[in-house]
Ligand binder design. Structure first.
Ligand code: HEC
Ligand code: HEC
Ligand code: HEC
Ligand code: HEC
Length: 558
């Protein structure tokens, strides 16, 4: 899709959106630029010295041995390959619960390595939202910071030039996340040009711009980033102070002049429901035609396959790219230098199983190594033991009761048939599956895995670990039926029958009622068999899987 920027005045809401408010023409930038020339020319020299950085360590890639994907093998070798990612939301690697799953840092590394092994000059940028905004299900986000640090380390290994920050980072606290990484390591460089207190509160941690020229490329890339007004308003971080993104962009572009061939903007703002002048990234593209590429926030999980193009008054194009969520895709912009200017080609690469590390590439794989270290750190920190335990909803239904988890063994005596079905089902060894997992190992020590693979994790008296709560390993009876101690005290108490089996068929159930009831059971299964963890559930998952675990009480026992 192409949108024209004829240079006519833009809608008035722009002012509120902290974007340029052109009074006469759309090309307001030179005016602002002139003002800034006066204000900042004195700073130019010092800023510049910092920009021209030597290639970062990640450019020396470890050999994985994968070839270019077919779509790229048809391209003439680009003069520059710009990798665009963002909104990873804590997905370090696919959990492996089902196949095929997409995404993860290991595969991203392998993809970038394939480009580098083909001799392509590569640099990479990330929009931010690297860690998850909140913990999984009932879990607090105690892993967010750790994941942020390991992700940044992985991006460094991949030779990222710049990374911005989003709501996820703000939710964890800018002070914390910058202390977690940028304070100790300048690569990849963290950019937020309009974070106005960056020099005072985050010196040498947050920057306005980065300039890179990957080895072997004739193209000099200038990168900047801003947090747009819609998102900065949502950032409830008391330490973060945001100035005008307009002023920051004008200043950044001014400093790029003549020293860059390609200008990239990481824009923390979304397109919104309709792509028009009210969309912040489009507004930015129109107001600052000198940006060749804008990477902005994607509202949807799945990204569009092509950039949205803004045709500037002078015929140049600004390409607005969105990359989807959870690190499933990598945007790849090929750039060629021609006598008449730069030429561009875009390829959206999904990180499917073709990007798994081939056997032989594993022993010194830097990202696999990082993931193993991540898993060890989670174990060492005893995050399982530190997970907060909330009260089970049963307590709200029967206020005086204190139901606790007792373990599936306790149910065997009276519900022999149900127990048999359960014991031989996948649920009966769900914890062992985690303990046996490799690459990385120690998954049975990770709250984010244990959550669905044990009984009552995150609830009072629920699973903690195999030593403290050995009877609550695996997906047990009480994972579905809730804590059973009160039922054991009085097995004929119907209050507890009702609470523990909310799916019970009423007598003489009609076909319609049966359908509705099974639908409810199906929805319940999906609290664990969700779209991420059981990718095949959508394909008749319930119809196929319920018969494998259904355990009606035999008639003679009723
Ligand atoms: C001492 C025997 C005994 C033990 C132990 C026992 N139950 Fe029961 N359970 C019963 C009886 C009796 C009923 C009521 C008859 C029926 O519906 O089968 C029942 C009913 C149920 C029901 C069905 C309620 C309904 O109305 O459909 C569920 C679910 C249930 N038990 C789960 C468990 C779980 C989980 C455990 C282990 C934590 C457990 N029971 C342990 C005896 C027992
Ligand atoms: C508490 C989380 C949880 C809930 C709720 C849950 N499951 Fe599972 N289920 C799992 C886990 C984890 C596994 C993987 C066990 C393994 O292989 O280690 C699994 C595996 C299975 C398997 C075996 C794998 C296969 O494809 O044959 C079946 C069948 C299954 N679940 C059916 C269901 C059905 C039907 C429901 C709803 C009535 C349900 N599950 C509810 C967590 C859950
Ligand atoms: C939201 C619930 C949920 C979470 C969280 C979860 N799992 Fe699972 N896991 C499942 C379900 C459901 C299945 C069964 C899928 C199926 O039936 O195909 C499963 C199955 C598995 C399997 C068995 C796959 C197979 O081929 O048999 C592995 C391994 C696994 N999970 C690992 C993990 C790891 C590692 C984590 C943490 C990173 C994790 N799981 C977190 C729900 C979950
Ligand atoms: C994956 C979730 C899950 C697990 C695990 C599970 N159940 Fe159930 N159970 C259900 C559902 C859903 C129903 C309601 C099915 C229906 O009425 O059609 C049910 C029904 C029952 C009933 C009532 C059966 C009837 O005929 O009315 C009993 C008793 C029961 N479960 C006991 C157990 C025991 C004991 C275990 C462990 C050995 C267990 N369940 C494990 C989901 C589960």
């Amino acid at each position: 899709m192409t949108i024209d920027n004829p240079g006519v005045p833009l809608k008035s809401d722009w002012k509120e959106m902290d974007m340029p408010s052109p009074k006469t023409t759309g090309r307001l930038f030179p005016i602002i630029g002139a003002v800034f020339l006066l204000l900042v020319s004195g700073l130019g020299g010092t800023c510049l010295a910092k920009w021209l950085r030597p290639p970062v360590a990640g450019e020396v890639a470890h050999t994985v041995g994968l070839s270019l994907p077919p779509a790229l093998a048809r391209w003439k070798k680009p003069d520059l390959t710009l990798i665009l990612t963002g909104q990873q939301y804590g997905y370090l690697l696919p959990c492996g619960c089902s196949r095929p799953q997409v995404g993860g840092l290991e595969r991203r590394y392998n993809y970038l390595s394939a480009l580098r092994e083909a001799g392509w000059p590569v640099t990479a940028v990330d929009l931010g939202d690297i860690a998850q905004k909140q913990g999984l299900g009932p879990l607090t986000n105690q892993q967010g910071l750790i994941k942020y640090r390991y992700s940044m380390q992985a991006l460094k290994k991949m030779g990222y030039a710049a990374v911005s920050l989003g709501l996820s980072e703000a939710k964890l606290g800018l002070f914390k996340i910058l202390g977690e990484y940028a304070l100790n390591d300048p690569d990849p460089r963290v950019l937020v040009a309009n974070l106005s207190n960056k020099e005072t509160d985050f010196p040498e941690q947050v920057f306005e711009t980065a300039l890179v020229q990957p080895s072997g490329s004739p193209i000099r890339v200038g990168i900047t980033a801003v947090v747009g007004p819609t998102i900065s308003r949502k950032m409830k971080d008391p330490i973060a102070q945001f100035g005008s993104s307009r002023d920051a962009l004008a200043k950044a572009l001014k400093s790029f002049e003549k020293k860059t061939d390609l200008r990239v903007l990481l824009y923390q703002g979304a397109m919104g429901t309709v792509a028009n002048d009210d969309s912040e990234p489009i507004a930015a593209a129109k107001a600052f035609p000198d940006f060749d590429i804008i990477l902005c926030v994607c509202d949807e999980d799945e990204p569009p396959g092509e950039p949205l193009e803004v045709k500037q008054a002078d015929g140049r194009l600004t390409r607005i790219i969105r990359i989807g969520h959870k690190g499933k895709y990598v945007g790849t912009m090929g750039v060629w230098k021609t006598p008449v200017g730069l030429e561009f080609k875009y390829h959206l690469q999904d990180l499917g199983e073709q990007w798994l590390t081939p056997t032989g590439g594993v022993p010194d794989h830097p990202v696999i190594d990082l993931m193993e270290r991540y898993a060890k750190e989670v174990e060492r920190g005893d995050l399982l033991g530190k997970t907060a335990q909330s009260t089970h909803p049963f307590s709200a239904s029967v206020p005086d009761a204190q139901p606790t988890y007792v373990g599936s063994d306790k149910c065997k005596k009276c519900h022999e048939e149900a127990y048999k079905v359960w014991e031989s089902s996948g649920h009966g060894h769900a914890w062992q599956t985690l303990a046996d997992a490799k690459k990385p190992g120690l998954r049975h020590k990770d709250p984010e895995c244990v959550l669905c693979h044990t009984v009552g994790f995150g609830y009072k008296s629920g699973f903690v670990d195999e030593v403290r709560t050995p009877k609550l390993k695996d997906v047990g009876c009480e994972s579905c039926h809730g804590p059973g101690s009160e039922h054991l005290k009085s097995t004929s108490d119907e209050t507890w029958h009702k609470l523990m089996n909310p799916w019970k068929a009423k007598e003489k159930e009609t076909a319609t009622e049966n359908k509705t009831r099974l639908k409810r059971i199906d929805q319940f299964c999906q609290t664990c068999h969700d779209m991420e963890n059981d990718v095949n559930w959508v394909d008749q998952g319930f119809a196929k899987k319920w018969p494998k675990i259904a355990h009606p009480t035999p008639l003679e026992k009723k």
